[in-house]
Design a protein around this ligand. Structure first.
Ligand SMILES: [Zn+2]
Ligand SMILES: [Zn+2]
Length: 242
C-alpha cells in the first residue's frame, strides 16, 4: 500500500515538474535548441578513423596512417565540452535516461548513414558489475534508439565485456591497446557484416578500437562507430602549433 502511494506520488511529481534543459535549466526541452546550437562541434580537420586532429586537413592522422586501426570510421558531430558534456553526464551519471532519444537523433544526423550499408547496430558493452551499479548501459539506450530511427537491426548483446578495466586516459596509445586486450568478446559470428558500434563518448578511442578488433576477429568486414561526442586529446592551443 505504502509503495503504491509513493509510486503515485512519484508519477504526480514527474508530471508536475517542468522539463528543464540539462545545461542551462531553461524550461522546455532536456537539451534546449539554443544549447544544442552552441554545442562544440568536432573540428573540420578531424581524422575519419579516430577523430583526433590531422595536419593540413588530411583525412587521416599520422597515427592512423602509420598503424591502420581496426575501426574503419568514427562518426561524431560534437566535441566533448559545454552542453555536450552536460548531456553525457545527465545520461550517464544523473539517471536522466529520457534524454537518450534526443541524443540519438543528433547522432543519426549524418550523411554517412545515407551511404553506409550497415548490417547491424551493437552497443559498446559495460561490465556486469557496472550494469548492476547503474542499472542500465547508456550506450545501449542510444544504440537502440539509433537502430530504430535508421531502421537497422539491433543486436544488444553482440559484444560482451568479460573483464573490468581501469581508466585509459593516463596510458600511452600502445599501453591502452594492451590493457583492453581480451576485455571484450563477440557473442555471434559477424561474417562479412558492416557493424555500427555505438557509445556515448570517445575519449582515447581504445575502447572502440578494441571492440572493433573483436568484431573483426568474429568475421566483421567493416566496423564503423558513432558517438555523441569525441573528447579531443590535443587541445586547440597545441593544434595551432602543428
Ligand atoms: Zn539549454
Ligand atoms: Zn586517426
Amino acid at each position: 500500500m505504502i509503495e503504491t502511494v509513493s509510486n503515485a506520488l512519484k508519477v504526480a511529481v514527474d508530471f508536475v515538474l517542468p522539463v528543464v534543459c540539462v545545461h542551462c535549466e531553461t524550461e522546455g526541452a532536456l537539451l534546449c535548441a539554443e544549447c544544442l546550437d552552441d554545442a562544440p562541434a568536432l573540428p573540420r580537420n578531424a581524422c575519419v578513423k579516430c577523430g583526433e586532429r590531422t595536419r593540413e586537413f588530411l583525412r587521416l592522422c599520422g597515427d592512423c596512417v602509420a598503424l591502420p586501426p581496426p575501426l574503419d570510421r568514427l562518426v561524431s558531430r560534437h566535441r566533448y565540452g559545454g552542453a555536450v558534456r552536460s548531456a553525457v553526464h545527465a545520461l550517464k551519471y544523473r539517471g536522466i535516461t529520457a534524454i537518450a532519444p534526443l541524443m540519438a537523433r543528433e547522432m543519426s544526423r549524418n550523411v554517412f548513414f545515407r551511404r553506409a550499408k550497415i548490417d547491424c547496430v551493437v552497443p559498446v558493452p559495460v561490465h556486469d558489475d557496472r550494469l548492476r551499479e547503474r542499472g542500465y548501459n547508456q550506450a545501449a539506450l542510444l544504440a537502440r534508439e539509433i537502430a530504430d530511427g535508421l531502421g537497422l537491426r539491433y543486436v544488444e548483446d553482440g559484444l560482451i565485456k568479460v573483464r573490468a578495466t581501469e581508466s585509459q586516459v593516463e596510458l600511452s596509445r600502445q599501453e591502452r591497446t594492451m590493457s583492453l586486450r581480451n576485455a571484450f568478446e563477440a557473442k555471434y559470428g559477424f561474417r562479412d557484416a558492416h557493424v555500427l558500434l555505438v557509445d556515448d563518448v570517445c575519449t582515447t578511442g581504445s575502447t572502440l578500437m578494441n571492440c572493433a578488433a573483436t568484431l573483426k576477429r568474429a568475421g566483421a568486414r567493416r566496423v564503423s562507430a558513432v558517438v555523441f561526442a569525441k573528447e579531443m586529446l590535443v587541445d586547440e592551443g597545441e593544434e595551432q602549433r602543428l
